[in-house]
Design a protein. Structure first.
Length: 233
């Protein structure tokens, strides 16, 4: 009889302890479920530090030898212009002239004034963006030498880029994280809570875009940090 009573007491005590454990666990889970998700944004405007400037010009003619001589002459004029304006020779490259034979075109539409149309692309690639922009403003001078540029083709647009991301990354991540924490602290204050430790944090991908379509030589760098904080009473 005493043995059964003892067993019953032990069982009751075990159930009581187990219940207390589950109760405490449930409270801990509920407390840990109280989180706030925030995003921290950091943005900067930076000047482009590299430029690729394709200079496209066309020539027409009926004799390939004469056309080739004209292209060579005008390429020399163009190179002289670029060098005189401070562009280094090693930063200039030329494509092989692309020549279209109008007589060989299936849909040429009959008669035409010139049989051959040649397109040449001279490309300037340099990290001296300011010099290129200054030189671009003077390219009208080449019209005096009969060099007319073709600037309407999208594939030959001037491309500006920013390669110094690694230099500003740490500071921008720090700024985005601080902005995220500030937002979380405000939420905690408004909800009569205290901000706890970080539950999860992910750094977004950096994006580099033109500031606007009129100033592609100025870039906007952007990053968003996503952070989850625990909330405490």
């Amino acid at each position: 009889m005493q043995s059964r009573v003892k067993e019953a007491l032990i069982l009751a005590l075990a159930i009581l302890c187990l219940g207390a454990f589950f109760y405490r666990t449930q409270i801990d889970v509920k407390e840990r479920d109280r989180v706030v998700f925030v995003r921290g944004l950091a943005e900067r405007e930076v000047p482009a530090d590299f430029v690729i400037w394709p200079i496209v010009y066309k020539e027409v003619g009926n004799d390939l030898a004469e056309l080739s001589a004209t292209l060579q002459s005008k390429s020399q004029i163009l190179e002289k212009f670029l060098l005189e304006n401070g562009i280094k020779k090693e930063n200039i490259t030329y494509s092989t002239p692309a020549i279209v034979d109008a007589d060989g075109e299936l849909y040429s539409g009959g008669k035409h004034n010139y049989r051959y149309v040649a397109t040449v692309v001279a490309t300037v690639a340099t990290n001296d963006v300011a010099l290129v922009r200054k030189t671009m403003e003077k390219q009208g001078e080449l019209l005096k030498h009969g060099i007319a540029f073709s600037g309407s083709d999208y594939q030959y647009r001037t491309v500006y880029s920013f390669n110094g991301l690694n230099e500003i990354k740490p500071a921008m991540i720090d700024e985005a994280t601080k902005n995220a924490r500030s937002a979380a602290e405000k939420f905690a204050k408004d909800s009569d809570s205290k901000l706890g430790k970080i539950k999860t944090a992910t750094q977004g991908v950096f994006s580099i875009e033109d500031r606007d379509e009129n100033t592609p030589y100025i870039k906007k760098v952007r990053v968003v940090t996503n952070v989850q904080y625990f909330l405490e009473d």
